[in-house]
Design a protein around this ligand. Structure first.
Ligand SMILES: Nc1ncnc2c1ncn2[C@@H]1O[C@H](COP(=O)(O)OP(=O)(O)OP(=O)(O)O)[C@@H](O)[C@H]1O
Ligand SMILES: [Mg+2]
Length: 304
């Protein structure tokens, strides 16, 4: 496979008169971890299904592993792995039987399937659970089993639709370690998530809102969008009660509760001492680096 792993141009999906995906453009390089971030209903799953040859685009083009998804959806399916947002395992089959089932769909020979299943189970630490029914596995194991089913045929590109929903932080971290190892081995990863801390793990991210990509960059590049502002963490005994007074300061762009502090976005170049001088009850002010959450709230706020 030469060139980019995924090339999307003016890709659109309409359901009746409703435009769920409004002519989006992006490319994903080989081995890249590309994060697709957006609120509920933004169009993430609709996009992923079009890229996986599962949903016919209403317009535009998408090349995945060099294959046009509209012209050859079956060809796309053979080259990619897809972990869908909904629970996709057969609960009354064992872990091993689930993998065998998916491998069979991909037309793997029994000998290759057996060898590859052992390999994938070792990699994903599922070997000891191979004979457990999928429905009886803890959530973190179910998610890894779903991943095993998606990669058994050694695809060049893996599509993951909210793979870590409902999984605890330790399992999430372990999952991301796996994603990194796949990427390092040259596999391309396209992943949707709601978790902004997870988005930080991606090489590049796009924010999708109401079917449109409103920002796309590296995590560090996205944070530069906030360069004209300075983020402060403000401490007080009762931070919520200070919100009206803080928001009334002319140089303040936004203020929100953040744990037991306030996160306040103000024009850069203002002196924090004088900035909050008129607000009674402030005990400490500290400039802090913005997180992707701050960026996301800023972009979402600009969209209204
Ligand atoms: N088959 C369909 N028919 C009509 N509308 C649909 C269909 N599938 C999705 N939609 C609508 O398209 C929009 C985008 O849905 P999509 O599932 O892509 O969002 P999402 O970003 O994946 O959201 P979530 O984070 O909740 O998974 C939503 O308004 C949804 O209701
Ligand atoms: Mg979705």
């Amino acid at each position: 496979m030469n060139g980019d792993a995924i090339t999307v141009s003016k890709l659109e999906k309409r359901f009746g008169s409703f435009r769920a995906v409004k002519g989006i453009d992006f490319t994903v390089g080989r081995g890249e971890i590309y994060g697709f971030l957006g609120a509920n209903g933004a169009g993430k799953s609709t996009t992923i299904k079009m890229l996986c040859g599962l949903l016919e685009p209403s317009g535009g083009t998408a090349l995945v592993a060099g294959v046009d998804v509209a012209k050859d959806p079956e060809g796309v399916k053979r080259r990619i792995g897809y972990m869908c947002q909904k629970f996709s395992l057969y609960e009354d089959l064992t872990a091993a039987e689930n993998v065998d089932f998916f491998g069979g769909i991909y037309g793997m020979t029994p000998a290759r399937l057996t060898a590859r299943r052992d390999e994938v189970f070792a990699l994903l630490e599922l070997t000891e659970r191979r004979n457990t029914f999928a429905g009886d596995l803890p959530r973190g194991f179910q998610q890894r089993l779903a991943l095993a089913c998606a990669i058994v045929h050694e695809p060049d590109i893996i599509f993951l639709d909210e793979p870590t929903a409902g999984v605890d932080p330790i399992q999430r971290r372990a999952f991301w370690d796996l994603i990194y190892s796949f990427s390092a081995a040259g596999t391309t990863i396209f992943v949707t998530t709601h978790f902004l801390d997870e988005a930080e793990f991606c090489h590049r991210i796009s924010f999708i809102a109401d079917g449109e990509i409103v920002a796309e960059d590296t995590p560090a590049g996205l944070k530069k969008l906030l360069a004209a502002w300075r983020l402060y963490e403000v401490q007080a005994a009762d931070p919520a009660s200070l919100l009206p007074a803080v928001r009334a300061i002319p140089a303040v762009r936004s203020a929100a509760l953040f744990g037991d502090t306030l996160h306040v976005m103000a024009d850069a170049g203002t002196d924090p001492g004088s900035l909050f001088g008129t607000v009674k009850g402030v005990t400490a002010v500290e400039p802090v680096p913005p997180t992707l959450e701050d960026v996301f709230l800023h972009i979402a706020g600009k969209k209204g």
